[in-house]
Design a binder for this molecule. Structure first.
Ligand code: ZN
Length: 116
């Protein structure tokens, strides 16, 4: 069984970071002991691997907000919501999406966040 290419897994997450003024480079500086090794994305299905990576990157961002210049909850939610968007998928390797915890109909596919 082959795994998805790392570049395929990282691209949508990096895109959503950049949409919100962050980047993987910024996040890496604060990852500390969290190792982004192959196990982190060792899911045979691309959607599941992207969800796993997005989950870990979001945790790293939220844990280090004070240390990130201009850091805001990531991904930014609609309007002036103070919370980050939540992450979920329809399961079975389906592609993951971000959604507003207060209004779940407000959602974006991971890799297509509009920024803010
Ligand atoms: Zn919201």
């Amino acid at each position: 069984m082959s795994l998805p290419e790392p570049a395929e897994v990282f691209a949508p997450v990096d895109r959503d970071l950049r949409a919100c003024g962050l980047s993987l480079d910024v996040v890496y500086a604060f990852l500390g002991t969290l190792e982004l090794d192959s196990e982190l994305v060792a899911e045979p299905q691309l959607g599941a691997a992207v969800e796993s990576l997005a989950f870990h990157i979001q945790a790293a961002v939220l844990e280090n907000l004070q240390g990130i210049r201009g850091g805001r909850p990531w991904p930014v939610c609609q309007g002036q919501h103070p919370h980050p968007m939540s992450l979920d998928s329809d399961g079975q390797g389906g592609w993951p999406y971000w959604y507003c915890p207060k209004n779940p109909s407000y959602r974006f596919t991971v890799g297509e966040h509009p920024g803010g």
